[in-house]
Design a protein around this ligand. Structure first.
Ligand code: AOF
Ligand code: ZN
Length: 374
């Protein structure tokens, strides 16, 4: 087993716990001795042991003189659990192969320095292209104290997310929808606007069979469901508000949402959070995101609709775009496009996706990329 192969296994472990570790990063670790895997593991739900500790414990005495592959620089400080660097030294590991540096300023670079000082051979960067991507939500969360925001939409080739009569079932095909459920399975929260709740009555749950999962993943409760509803006006019969389903749902309302309306929502079992509105009367996304960060949300997926996505774009709060384009046409001036809101006036100011990745999923094309704001 070479370095690449061992790191690929560690990366699969990191993927297996995405959406299950917040507010900590998802990490995978593998111990290899004489080319054979003798221990492996992933970060536990808060605040159990880190990935390295699981892998080292499984390896036991076989860790002495072995190599450790880990997708993130091992930690060197006690936050909730003892430093992994200490566990690595105690286990007698000979060489540590790290993929990404820890963006946490308390660790960044110092974890590696500690290992080197103790005479352990350290290599960095194997598989970093993939692990840097896995670590992005945590990096945004730890550096900016806000969740990383992925905006996802599916549109027809002529750029519509529904017909002029608001019909949107289905734009993309079954393979794309499975991909989206895998994305939901990786995030901490899914956010939509009240218009989407009215139009689509979504469940916002992860519905995947084990065969449909891109990675074996640990079981969990499911992502937090968040609805932006400045006046708190949601149909009482919405699926999201039904008894038994409402827990794990959070409604974000504006300052001027009547108290009685808030109480009506709370009576269904949902949590209601009040945030400020901006000058144009939209719910302030910065306040919304910081409220979600306080709940430990590291990665939020915005699934629509056009005014919520447009408002996130106008407020420069989209970090990652995942856009499906279906080879279909519906036409119609009144049919909506993905980003409503105000938009930009001149093309030369258009936001350019970075690290663009284009792939075909079933019949649809998926374009992904990062946005940064100057
Ligand atoms: C690792 N391995 O599996 C993870 C790490 O609150 P604590 O004690 O769990 O520490 C969290 C910090 O540890 C977190 O901010 C990040 O810097 C690092 N996460 N490190 O060596 C792991 N999840
Ligand atoms: Zn650690």
């Amino acid at each position: 087993m070479d370095d690449q192969e061992a790191m690929r296994l560690a990366i699969a472990h990191a993927h297996s716990v995405e959406g299950r570790t917040a507010p900590r990063p998802p990490v995978g670790a593998v111990v290899v001795r004489d080319g054979v895997v003798v221990g492996q593991g992933a970060t536990s739900p808060p605040y159990g042991p880190h990935a390295e500790v699981h892998a080292l414990n499984k390896a036991g005495e076989l860790a002495r003189g072995a190599d450790l592959y880990v997708t993130l620089e091992p930690c060197c400080v006690t936050i909730h659990t003892p430093p992994c660097t200490r566990a690595i030294l105690a286990a007698g590991i000979r060489r540590v192969i790290v993929s990404s540096l820890d963006p946490n300023p308390l660790v960044s670079g110092q974890g590696l320095a500690q290992l080197r000082e103790a005479g352990i051979e350290v290599a960095v960067g194997v598989g970093a292209e993939e692990t840097d991507e896995i670590i992005r939500p945590f990096a945004t969360f730890i550096r900016q104290q806000r969740p990383y925001v992925t905006a996802k939409w599916a549109m027809t080739l002529d750029g519509k997310i529904s017909t002029h009569s608001s019909d949107a079932y289905w734009i993309s095909g079954p393979a794309a929808r499975r991909w989206v459920h895998n994305l939901r399975d990786r995030v901490d929260a899914i956010l939509v606007g009240s218009g989407t709740v009215r139009a689509d009555d979504p469940l916002l749950t992860v519905r995947l069979t084990d065969e449909e999962r891109l990675y074996a993943r640990a079981p969990r409760q499911g992502p937090l469901r968040v609805v932006l509803a400045s006046q708190g006006a949601l149909p009482a019969q919405s699926k999201l508000l039904q008894p038994g389903l409402a827990s794990g749902t959070c409604i974000i309302v504006g300052e001027d949402c009547p108290v009685e309306q808030q109480q009506r929502l709370r009576d269904t079992g949902v949590e209601v959070i009040q945030v400020a509105s901006n000058k144009t009367g939209q719910l302030d996304l910065t306040s919304t995101l910081s409220a979600l960060a306080q709940k430990g949300v590291m990665h939020v997926l915005i699934e629509g609709g056009n005014s919520t996505l447009g408002s996130a774009f106008d407020q420069q709060r989209i970090d990652h775009v995942a856009a499906f384009i279906a080879p279909k046409l519906v036409g119609g001036e009144a049919a909506l496009s993905p980003l409503g809101g105000k938009g930009l006036a001149v093309m030369r100011e258009a936001l350019q996706l970075q690290q663009v990745h284009i792939q075909t999923i079933g019949e649809d094309v998926l374009i992904e990329g990062e946005l940064s704001y100057g």
